[in-house]
Design a protein around this ligand. Sequence first.
Ligand code: BES
Ligand code: MN
Ligand code: ZN
Length: 503
Amino acid sequence: MKIAFSKPSLPTDAAHAGAVVAGVLEGKVLGAAALALDAAAKGALVRAVAASRFDGKKGQTLTILAPAGLAVSRVLLVGLGKAKDLDAQGAQAFGGAAVAALLTSGDAEATIAVDVFDGSPLADAEFAAHAAFGARLRSYRFDKYLTRQKKEDKPSLKKVVLNTEAYAAAKTAFAPLDKIADAVFLTRDVVSEPANIIHPESLAARAETLESLGVEVEVLGEKQMKKLGMGSLLGVGQGSDRESKLVVMRWQGSAQKDEAPVAFVGKGVTFDSGGISIKPSAGMEDMKWDMAGAAATIGAMAALAGRKAKVNAVGVVGLVENMPSGTAQRPGDVVISMSGQTIEVINTDAEGRLVLADALWYTQDRFKPKFMVDLATLTGAIIISLGHEYAGLFANDDKLADRLAAAGKAVGEQLWRLPLGEAYDKQIKSDIADMKNTGGREGGSITAAQFLKRFTNDVHWAHLDIAGMAWSKKDTAITPKGATAFGVRLLDRLVADFYEDKK
Ligand code: BES
Ligand code: MN
Ligand code: ZN
């Protein structure tokens, strides 16, 4: 779907064949664009609004087909709520709602009239840029395998034009957001792909496409990882016919070339069968998206490089397939991690922490980063704790935790902090090794985080348990159901607000 910006024109001329979208504040307050129409057209809108229950509440929409006096196919009114809600997320939701209503409507083009209402915290250009961002994000579809889609189910909308006097500034403000949307789409694509298509090697190949953005990408195979002593990660992949990979992505955007990087680390289990501790078959297909942490890490690197962020950043993803077979790791096996610490593998389904143990250790050891943030669909327990509204946040540093929470709030990818603490260590004590890989059902997300902490070497670190957030069963304002790319916009915002060179 194409996005364009242009100066306002009234939808009365024949050039406007498609849909026109206007925002309406709560209390049926129409914007200037709607009110600038001639008497007949304005009258048609006002009557339609009066006759309906639409009153401008956030998320409401009202479609008026072929209104008198207008050359357009339809006018779509979108409820904006209160003027003070018209921040970036409000503007994104506006664009998202427009696309949700029009994507398969039959219209090929939509013109969004960008009215900025008194009391709105955003300037016109920013409002238009964020509305466009929301429109693009909501237009995502993963339909490549639907070969028999009915015509009426296929997207018709090809172009969205945002009308504003500030069109030139809006276009400039949209440029970096457009790159972030590209990155979100890359992440959604790889998370959506089934595990027969996305496996460690093919996911590493997708990461290598970031080279076109100026990212340096290295792919380590099993031989190299063995040399590094990554027995913890390698143990997880040893039951699979697919070779495990570790991908290292580097973006050098800071003016200070030797400035310590920020580091992101992702769990990339391209399929989690559970291994010998095999999962029940109901719902096992969901475990194709057990690489969503890695996908978000790749996406965050693509976003930073795409918009040429003035920061040095490293992304490291551990890619493995967790399968049962004659070569698979057994419950009771003891593995030696790159850190030298030994782990008794009680449950082969607690594999994410085994992958991250070596990926985290490697990242701090090689790059001496300012901090590390890992993203992982790590525990079912986090879904019990927080449902699908917040990802779990764990950190050994309060400043990093606060910054992450603030960035999450700003982009609508919310985090809720849970505790770490020595008191939990007894749950992962092993009789035969330095620790075991499960701590029982009680506080399952916390003992998993407590396990990871042992591989951070006390570098500033945060862990985001995104198991409840990586995939959505329902459409939301700017995210169609399916892969959400949770974490991409969050990490990009973290860097933008706190770690880029000052302009
Ligand atoms: N990938 C799963 C966690 C998960 C569950 C993600 C549901 C998304 C939805 C992880 O590898 C796992 O299997 N965790 C186990 C840990 C347990 C064996 C200690 C879990 O949560 O049950
Ligand atoms: Mn598992
Ligand atoms: Zn897993």
